[in-house]
Design a protein around this ligand. Structure first.
Ligand SMILES: [Zn+2]
Length: 370
C-alpha cells in the first residue's frame, strides 16, 4: 500500500533560491500548458494531449532559456497536472481549471523520480539542487514514488514523499451492532458519539481560533497596500499555519482512537458547502475541518481493516426520535434538547442524531431491523 510522509526541509539560502526557481518555473509551465489547451480547443475544437504538450517543451525552453536551470521532469509533471485538472473538471463537473497564481498560499512543485533520502545523514537529494538538510521524525522502507516540495506562506519548505511499502492491506474485520459507533458533527462539540461521548476541540485550538478572528479584523482595518497591512497579513498567515498543524494533530489522534476502538464507524455524508452558509454551523465546520477529519478516518480505516459506513445526507437523523421513531418536524437548529411528544424521552440533539446515524447505517447493512 501507498503511504505519504512529510518532512521539513532546511535549505541554505542558495538552495532556497533554487527551490523558488523550481516553483516559479513549474507555475510558468503549468499556465503555459493550460493556455495551450484552451487556445487549441478554441481554434480547432480538439484537445491537445499531455504528450503533444511535452513535444512542444523544447521550443518553449529555447524561448525561455532560464527553464534549463530546472529539473525537466518537474516541468513535465505540470502538463500531467493540467491534464488531470481537466479530467476532474469533466468527470466531477467541478470548476474549470484555473491559472496558478504567485499569491496562492502554498506553492509547490513535483519530483517524479531520481531523488533519494538518507536517514543517517539527514538529507534529501534532489535533482539539479543536490543534498538538502531535512528533519526525519520517522523512517520508512519501500519504493519512492512521486515527491512534492512545497513552500508555505511563512516561507517554510516541506517535502511529501509517496512510498509504496509492498505490504498488503489487512482484510476487513466483521462488525456488529456492539462494535459499531455512530458519529455526528456537533455544533458546540467537534463530534458527538452514539455512546454518549462528546469530544470538543482542544483548548489550544479554540484559543487559536479566537485569535484568528481578532487578527482577521486587524487586517481588514489596515489601509489597503500599506506596510502595516502587510505586517498584519504575515501574522495572520503564521497563525493560520499554526491552526492547520494543531487541527491535523488533534484530528490524527482522534481518528486513530476511533478506528482502534471500533470495528465500524457510521457517519453522515454532509453537504459542507450548504452547511457553511448556515450561520450557526459556519464556525463548527469552518475551513472544511469536517471533511479533512473524514479523510483521515477513511484512510486509517483502510490501514487497519475497519469499515466506514455512510448514510445519505437526506436521512432525517436529528429530527427522528431514536427510541420510538417519532418524526419531530418542528425541531429547529436552535433546539439543543427536546422531549419526544410520543414516548417522552428527553433528547440531546446531537447524541440523538449520532444514535440514528448508527441505526440507519446498520439497517442498510441488514444488521438490525426497524
Ligand atoms: Zn420517542
Amino acid at each position: 500500500m501507498m503511504k505519504a510522509y512529510r518532512f521539513r526541509l532546511y535549505p541554505t539560502v542558495e538552495q532556497s533560491i533554487q527551490l523558488d526557481q523550481h516553483i516559479g518555473s513549474c507555475r510558468f509551465v503549468y499556465n503555459w500548458a493550460l493556455d495551450q489547451k484552451i487556445k487549441t480547443y478554441e481554434q480547432t475544437k480538439k484537445s491537445i494531449s499531455r504528450f503533444d504538450l511535452n513535444k512542444l517543451m523544447p521550443s518553449l525552453k529555447t524561448e525561455n532559456p532560464w527553464l534549463a536551470d530546472v529539473n525537466s521532469q518537474s516541468l513535465q509533471g505540470m502538463t500531467k497536472q493540467v491534464e488531470s485538472a481537466f479530467t476532474r473538471f469533466f468527470r466531477e463537473k467541478k470548476g474549470f481549471p484555473k491559472f496558478k497564481s504567485k499569491k496562492n498560499p502554498v506553492q509547490a512543485f513535483p519530483i517524479p523520480q531520481h531523488y533519494s533520502v538518507n536517514f543517517e545523514t539527514g538529507v534529501v537529494k534532489l535533482p539539479k539542487i543536490g543534498e538538502i538538510k531535512a528533519v526525519f521524525h520517522r523512517n520508512f522502507v519501500g519504493e519512492l514514488k512521486t515527491a512534492t516540495v512545497s513552500k508555505t506562506c511563512t516561507g517554510k519548505y516541506y517535502i511529501s514523499i509517496l512510498v509504496e511499502n509492498n505490504e498488503e492491506l489487512p482484510s476487513r474485520q466483521s462488525f456488529t451492532e456492539v462494535t459499531t459507533i455512530g458519529i455526528d458533527v456537533g455544533i458546540k462539540d467537534f463530534v458527538v458519539l452514539s455512546n454518549g461521548e462528546k469530544i470538543e476541540n482542544p483548548k489550544y485550538l479554540k484559543n487559536s481560533l479566537q485569535r484568528l478572528k481578532i487578527l482577521q479584523k486587524r487586517v481588514s482595518r489596515k489601509q489597503i497596500g500599506s506596510k502595516n497591512r502587510e505586517k498584519a497579513k504575515q501574522l495572520l498567515a503564521k497563525l493560520y499555519e499554526k491552526i492547520t498543524n494543531q487541527r491535523n494533530d488533534f484530528q490524527n489522534k482522534l481518528s486513530f482512537k476511533l478506528v482502534s476502538e471500533n470495528q465500524a464507524i457510521a457517519l453522515e455524508t454532509l453537504n459542507v458547502k450548504g452547511m457553511v452558509k448556515n450561520h450557526h454551523l459556519a464556525q463548527a465546520i469552518g475551513d472544511s475541518a469536517w471533511s479533512s477529519f473524514v479523510t483521515k478516518l477513511e484512510y486509517k480505516a483502510e490501514w487497519y481493516g475497519k469499515t466506514i459506513l455512510r448514510i445519505g445526507q437526506f436521512e432525517p437523523s436529528s429530527k427522528l426520535c431514536s427510541v420510538c421513531g417519532y418524526h419531530n418536524s418542528n425541531l429547529t437548529l436552535k433546539d439543543r434538547e427536546w422531549v419526544c411528544p410520543d414516548c417522552k424521552t428527553k433528547h440531546d440533539r446531537d447524541l440523538n442524531a449520532a444514535i440514528n446515524i448508527k441505526k440507519f447505517a446498520l439497517m442498510d447493512q441488514n444488521l438490525i431491523g426497524i
